[in-house]
Design a protein. Structure first.
Length: 581
């Protein structure tokens, strides 16, 4: 489908018709019929296939069933010929391909909705990969997103959107942001440079080097990194030979621990992490005999401790095993503030101590409040939800389902998880899938324990703690003689009505609302009784007074009308309550 050759009017009609035929909006917001929704995206073309692929990595936006179905989407785009690639490169850089590279493979080894990737060699012999964006991609995506927004509004007029599981408006905003980020290669260039500086040569971790002088907002040039997706290693069966199998499992356990430790470093030391570390973006490279013959000693940063007076980096040297792990694709990255990192640390420490009250308090601090929050109810629901996970093996946890349920548990309690935290949990879920496949015996507590111990050591300062305790004791002793006078003043204010006491209890708003409803019914019943009794007296004593008789009958009619209105109102209330359930 050549989307850029279709008029906007015809294209919006096509989008709306496909959405209507597959009932895509209703299916999506209710998270039903995922296969039908996938078919709709395939019919809508490359832009929408890319949207589906992005959604397949977002357990905070769609259910696990939708993620699994959308993961089946495959790019079906034509490959640009070499003349088009050359023209794009020259337009973007001002240089020809021949001027910039010693060699350049005309046929791409990979092609997707946004661009295609070629192997090349620089004049100094460095092997690189060159990602070239397809022509008119920003224009096509921008146009399709604008038309999709209009089509969604049209479809919502006829779609049944009660009992929504996902918010279509919020999801559209997320997708729009993600697509606009992906089509601006300059963002990936900046991300790649920073991630390289922070993580390359950290133990067995390797990161491709970006060549910014050859890259633009539509061209990305990285160093070539050999290897295969780590998914192959995860699913490759162990040898039948016990000794070989033991070595293979030791290798996988080593890789799993490095991935976890490096991810913790990204989050809590760098506060800058790879937000999309699915297996396709992590390569495994087995070194060749020639590469193994080269020195494998590396200076590895263990941790960095910063105080008000010093900045200490402790490092050690270790001999590396003959394999490497390579990170790719830096279009989606996460950055955390120091405040958010501290709050996440509190969640981890609470998990480590298995203190459910602390966990609930820490989770609350990572959410934005969208309405009244019943803390007792939220804590009870969170307690019931988390209990099965605390001592569960990491391989037994479905993190996609876990994140989806956490997000909706918060939504039910008028809480919205902060976007950067959602991105972090999603990234951790991706790492977890790989780690669980490599080492199924690793538990969630095994992941948390090293960080918690290190964090407590870093934060422990005996002198500062003693000083704080001494200051608190001094203040308490200084305030003690004033205590009787303050109690006497409080009692005087209380007896004179100058002090107010506020009483709160669980489910207070709902209870007060229910009490108000009962009182209103009681008042209405008293008024109706008075009208009926008064009307009866007027009718009975108005034999020779037609006007008084009519007033009495009018009273009966008013009473009947009020009763009918009350019955209809009660019926509407019960139907509304049932619909919400």
């Amino acid at each position: 489908m050549k989307e850029n050759n279709i008029s906007p009017r015809k294209r919006i009609y096509e989008i709306t018709e496909i959405i209507r035929r597959h009932d895509a909006i209703t299916n999506f917001v209710k998270q039903t019929n995922p296969a039908e929704f996938r078919c709709a995206l395939e019919e809508l073309g490359p832009t929408f296939i890319k949207i589906g692929q992005l959604l397949s990595t977002r357990p905070d936006l769609v259910s696990p069933a939708y993620m699994a179905e959308l993961a089946k989407l495959q790019d079906n785009v034509r490959i640009d010929d070499f003349a088009t690639v050359s023209q794009t490169f020259f337009t973007q850089t001002g240089h020809t391909i021949e001027e910039s590279f010693l060699s350049f493979e005309e046929k791409p080894f990979a092609s997707a909705s946004i661009g295609q990737t070629h192997r090349a060699t620089l004049h100094d012999g460095t092997q690189v990969v060159v990602k070239v964006q397809h022509p008119n991609i920003p224009e096509i995506i921008t146009t399709d997103l604008e038309l999709l927004q209009k089509a969604v509004k049209l479809a919502q007029l006829t779609a049944n959107l009660t009992n929504m599981v996902v918010d279509p408006k919020a999801t559209f905003t997320e997708i729009k942001t993600a697509l606009n980020t992906e089509i601006d290669t300059q963002i990936e260039i900046t991300n790649g440079i920073e991630f390289y500086e922070l993580n390359n040569n950290q133990d067995i971790i390797r990161v491709p080097q970006v060549f910014p002088e050859l890259s633009t907002n539509k061209i990305l040039v990285n160093s070539y990194m050999p290897g295969e997706s780590i998914k192959k290693l995860c699913h490759e069966p162990l040898s039948e030979n016990p000794d070989v199998a033991k070595k293979q499992q030791a290798q996988r356990t080593y890789i799993a621990n490095v991935l976890v430790q490096n991810f913790i470093k990204q989050v809590f030391t760098d506060r800058y992490f790879h937000a999309d570390p699915h297996p396709g973006n992590i390569l495994f490279q087995q070194l060749t005999p020639l590469e193994q013959a080269q020195p494998t000693m590396t200076e590895t940063n263990i941790f960095e401790k910063t105080t008000d007076h010093t900045n200490i980096k402790i490092t050690s040297q270790k001999e590396l095993p003959p394999f490497r792990i390579i990170y790719l694709d830096f279009g989606m990255m996460g950055r955390l503030s120091k405040e958010i990192t501290t709050k996440i640390s509190n969640v981890i420490l609470a998990l480590y101590e298995q203190d459910l009250a602390q966990i609930g308090q820490a989770v609350l601090s990572l959410c934005n409040q969208t309405g009244p929050v019943n803390r007792s109810q939220f804590f009870a629901e969170l307690d019931e939800f988390l209990q099965p996970y605390l001592n569960t093996g990491i391989s037994e946890i479905d993190f996609a389902q876990l994140l989806f349920e956490i997000v909706h548990l918060c939504q039910r309690n008028n809480l919205q998880v902060k976007p950067e935290v959602t991105l972090l949990i999603k990234a951790f879920g991706s790492i977890e899938n790989t780690v669980a496949a490599l080492d199924p015996n690793l538990s969630l507590m095994d992941v948390v324990r090293p960080f918690a111990q290190k964090y407590l050591i870093d934060k422990f300062d005996l002198q500062a703690d003693l000083e704080d305790q001494a200051l608190a004791t001094y203040r308490a002793l200084k305030a003690t003689p004033k205590l009787p006078g303050k109690i006497n003043q409080f009692l005087d204010n209380l007896s004179q009505g100058k002090t107010q006491m506020k009483l709160t209890f669980p489910q207070q708003p709902a209870t007060l609302q229910y009490l108000e409803r009962i009182i209103n019914r009681l008042i209405t019943a008293i008024v109706l009784a008075a009208i009926i009794v008064g009307s009866s007296l007027l009718v009975q004593g108005s034999v020779n007074h037609p006007t008084i008789y009519k007033i009495g009958v009018a009273g009966y009619l008013i009473a009947v009308i009020i009763i009918v209105i009350l019955l209809l109102n009660e019926l509407h209330y019960r139907l509304k309550k049932r619909s919400k359930k």
